[in-house]
Design a protein around this ligand. Structure first.
Ligand code: PMP
Length: 422
């Protein structure tokens, strides 16, 4: 499947990287959860579009017509990618963080918001007010469903929203989204799914999961930075104060004696003021089309690599994998670990400098989760797989860790610790 995946959905990958030893090696990018490499099809689509981008919606020229078409086509692609219903809208944002902040601003007054305290900061922090319940994350998936149910039962009357991450960016574990959405529904609550880490790995469906909102980021979906989306029920968004005030969001602006009067659009453009990122949105849409056409190959590829990775890591002495849940869950190709006696920042610096392996270390914008799972150091190393990953990358990582453990925490190249930079 690895061969097929690389043929079917080739990515644009950085190839050779310098080593501290003076040589160079093939780059093992094991940091897909942060940002995934651009697909070749995305690069080609952007390349073909670059001569034609112009102001969408406003210009009358041919290029503007092309751009308007490309932009609105992308909305339809995202709608399909997310399994949206007729009542749903697609609003383009900068990324997942932006999309969640937009949703937070669009909630009716006094909405109760229920979420786990282990969420990524993008999902943890945008909600304000006295009715935000941050549940301590439970140790099993069943307990997670029950905890949401208990929290909802204690919420005051009025609108309610459950915010939920589809897959953890720290452990790759997936949450029982459909089960929690069903509980939410029974308690008159809506559900918002942070699919930043789920959408690059599994088909998502507003309809299938019965969730109300989905948010995602293009740069984790094999498109470049700068475009993301909020997809979901239009009613609250149609009624909300525009997220950004400015051109494109208005139907009419008039001068009054005491100020200006504004009639805002009620469609997605209400929250998309300013010249939109048409190139980014196009890239995001093409990436979604590519993934949507190849889920089986992608999942098989990642599953095989994840098995190989976990088997390899299990044999590294002193290595402890971070887990949110005690019970097994479906997992994306993301694994975080600590290694007894080794500082994560030091470890990832050595992996890069000596082995050409790119991982991430720290607390992954999920400080509460990482602190709870990583023990005293409150930091870990994260390895995340994707379309660009090969078996060789995994084997190199596992061998590197074994060698590092065998020789001890020594920096061989004259500096005690810290980051090595090319
Ligand atoms: N949620 C999760 C689960 C994430 O992993 C991330 C990115 N690390 C975000 C939200 C935020 O995404 P972005 O940085 O693209 O806004």
């Amino acid at each position: 499947t690895e061969i097929r995946v690389r043929q079917d959905i080739p990515a644009v990958l950085g190839t050779r990287v310098p080593l501290v030893t003076g040589g160079e090696t093939g780059y093992a990018n094991l940091d897909h959860a942060a940002s995934a490499p651009c697909l070749a099809a995305v690069r080609d689509a952007v390349d073909a579009f670059l001569p034609w981008y112009a102001s969408a919606h406003r210009g009358a020229g041919f290029a503007s017509q092309v751009s308007t078409r490309v932009y609105e086509r992308a909305r339809e692609v995202l709608r399909k990618f997310a399994g949206a219903r007729d009542r749903d809208t697609v609003i383009f944002t900068r990324n997942t963080t932006d999309a969640l902040n937009l949703l937070a601003r669009a909630l009716p007054r006094h909405t109760s918001v229920v979420l786990f305290d282990t969420e990524h900061h993008a999902a943890l922090l945008p909600w304000r007010g006295p009715n935000v319940v941050r549940i301590p994350a439970p140790r099993t998936r069943l307990a997670a469903v029950a905890a949401v149910e208990r929290a909802l039962a204690g919420c005051p009357a009025g609108p309610r929203l459950v915010v939920l991450t589809g897959a953890s960016n720290v452990t790759g574990e997936t949450l029982p989204v459909a089960e929690i959405a069903a509980v939410a529904r029974r308690h008159g609550a809506r559900t918002a799914l942070d699919a930043a880490q789920l959408a690059p790995h599994r088909p998502i469906s507003l309809t299938g999961l019965d969730v109300d909102y989905v948010v995602l980021s293009g740069h984790k979906l094999y498109a470049p930075f700068g475009a993301g989306a909020l997809i979901g029920r239009a009613d609250w968004l149609r009624a909300a104060t525009p997220y950004l005030a400015g051109g494109g969001a208005t139907k009419a602006v008039t001068r009054h004696e005491t100020g200006v009067g504004v009639t805002w659009h009620t469609g997605p453009e209400r929250h998309e003021a300013g010249s939109p990122n048409i190139v980014g949105v196009h890239a995001l849409a093409v990436a979604c089309e590519q993934l949507g056409a190849h889920w089986d190959a992608l999942e098989a590829h990642e599953h095989a690599l994840l098995e190989r990775l976990r088997a390899g890591l299990a044999a590294v002495p002193g290595l402890a994998e971070l887990r949110l849940f005690d019970d097994e869950s479906d997992r994306t190709g993301t694994v975080s670990f600590t290694l007894d006696g080794f500082e994560p920042g030091w470890l990832s610096a050595v992996l890069s400098a000596e082995y050409g392996i790119g991982v991430r270390d720290g607390a992954f914008c999920a400080h509460i989760a990482t602190r709870r799972l990583a023990g005293q150091g409150a930091q870990a190393v994260r390895v995340s797989l994707g379309l660009g990953t090969t078996e060789e990358h995994i084997d190199r990582l596992v061998l590197a860790l074994r060698q590092i453990v065998a020789r001890g925490a020594r920096w061989t190249y004259g500096r005690p610790a810290g980051r090595w930079a090319p």
